[in-house]
Design a protein around this ligand. Structure first.
Ligand SMILES: C[S@@+](CC[C@H](N)C(=O)[O-])C[C@H]1O[C@@H](n2cnc3c(N)ncnc32)[C@H](O)[C@@H]1O
Length: 185
């Protein structure tokens, strides 16, 4: 069986190196932030976004417990506002859409009205050779709709500027899937 999380990391790691600027657009409990922080090292920078203050608390604890370099900035704001905080191009970005795992608050899921502008803006922020990874959880109605609209949007982008790959388990349509947007060199 494919390990989707390992595959996601492989895609990201093939595009980034120490010293790069990257973003975690859905911080949650910070597992992706920890991964990115270690991957870009002391000379890199990670900016992470979430709208829930509790996400910033658990991510900060997670980064400290894992001994991550002091290269991170946690921002309590919606990801569609990312350009207000990150003014230079980024080499990689991760969206892990859905609910904050373990919070019990399923009302605070990502939503199309902010996800779509946020993904559009993140693609615009990508540096030449950069990569954006968007993981979707279609097992709940908003997640399924997010997946459909994002796929429609990704399909509309120029194949000369971006290579866009989707990895999904086609005999399990409710399982999580992800899309990788690679900006051409
Ligand atoms: C599936 S979780 C992310 C998991 C996370 N990457 C991790 O490693 O633990 C999705 C997160 O997106 C956050 N979120 C929802 N709407 C958001 C928005 N408009 N901007 C930024 N984050 C948002 C939720 O609060 C939740 O913490």
């Amino acid at each position: 069986m494919l390990d989707l999380l390992a595959l996601q990391k492989q895609f990201i790691l093939s595009h980034i190196t120490e010293g790069d600027r990257v973003c975690d657009f859905t911080m949650g409990n910070g597992y992706d932030t920890v991964f990115l922080s270690n991957a870009v090292g002391e000379t890199g920078s990670v900016t992470a976004f979430d709208i829930q203050p509790s996400a910033l608390e658990s991510t900060s604890a997670n980064l400290r417990q894992n001994g991550c370099p002091a290269n991170w900035r946690l921002i309590c704001a919606s990801h569609h506002r990312a350009k207000e905080f990150v003014k230079e191009p980024i080499k990689a970005g991760i969206f892990n859409l859905g609910y904050l795992p373990g919070s019990g608050n399923k009302a605070l899921t990502t939503e199309r009205r902010t996800t779509l502008p946020a993904v559009e803006s993140a693609i615009d922020m990508l540096d030449i050779g950069g990569v954006l990874l968007v993981a979707v959880y279609p097992g709940h109605p908003e997640g399924a709709a997010e997946g459909r609209e994002l796929t429609e949007y990704f399909s509309s982008l120029s194949r000369f500027k971006y290579s866009i790959t989707q990895i999904r388990i086609i005999n399990s349509p409710d399982s999580p899937f992800f899309t990788v947007v690679e900006r051409a060199k």
